[in-house]
Design a protein around this ligand. Sequence first.
Ligand code: NDP
Length: 333
Amino acid sequence: MMSNISLSLDEIFILAKNVFFKNGCDEETSNIMADLVMKAERDGSLSHGLFRVPAYVSGLKSGKINGKGNPDIKIISASVVKANGNNCLAPVVLNKSIPELIKLAKENGVAILSITNSHHMAAMWPETEIIAEQGLVAIACTSYKPAVAPAGSIKPLFGTNPISFAWPRKNKPPVVFDMATASMAMGEVQVAKREGHKVPLGTGLTKEGKDTTDPAEIADGGVLLPFGGYKGSGIAMMVELLAGALVGDNFSYETAEKDNNDGGPPSGGEFILAISPDKLSDTDWDTHSSKFFDKMKSMGDVRLPGERRHKNRLDKGPRHINEDLVNKIKSLS
Ligand code: NDP
């Protein structure tokens, strides 16, 4: 029987900060990463909080990730910001480049942030939500290493390729979705494996290409499927192109060829688009979209994406964390 221990949000931050600091990160990187991990636990983004810390440590220990690095941020044109991560962790690159993206999008109506050579394995709502909190619409995506078979194949080509969209609201939290284009994120499959739950049919295939509900058969040598059959496959392909060839970084299969397989997040790209509704719409877009959301929510058992996290966020109390995970992280500090 698995046991949990209670940790306050401050204790989660300190636990995470220590492990990043002791494994070669400078003070600033440790703070940015600990803040991200704490916020994931706070919001109930459980597959991307403390659960990911041991993998980050692997990447830091092998030297693949630069815990002290400084990304290069360049303004290429009125609407393009380019960030070369110099092998930093993506949250550090985002921390330095998103303010530039926001500035350009507010000035020009639209702006794109192209990120290369950075290491991403976190959730994506932190970046889209922070942009939407500034009154902008945001779309972000990144690829990873092959784990998802294109429609028609039983071999992986796409990463789990998350895409996040955030819509700003005045005086309310943004409406945000953040989802893997795999039927389930590999992080969730790993959590199901660790906790002994089955996964729905259609989540993935075994090594031999058979349907299965056993998360271990998918995580260990099997393959995930895209959500929604060939339609999800098209969106996963779009993510490969936007976060790969368009920003000037790798496709998932190239990422895998170059990675040292230390278990840490590989080097890759990220695409982020920010759009100003103030510039595009000559209507009161906030009232207009609020009416739409109200109508949507009045239609039965509908909730807006992001609402679960935002509700969790109101709880300032301790979080219940898997004890083995906490002990493992302490042993790495
Ligand atoms: P989920 O399937 O849990 O959720 C996807 C989205 O749908 C969320 O925004 C969620 O909002 C919303 N949602 C869930 N249930 C409902 C509902 N009943 N009604 C309306 N909206 C709903 O996420 P995934 O498993 O696909 O992804 C998990 C995380 O993994 C993401 O944060 C993703 O970025 C991350 N990831 C990161 C990768 C990387 O390489 N960096 C790779 C793959 C995934 P809410 O949060 O409010 O529940």
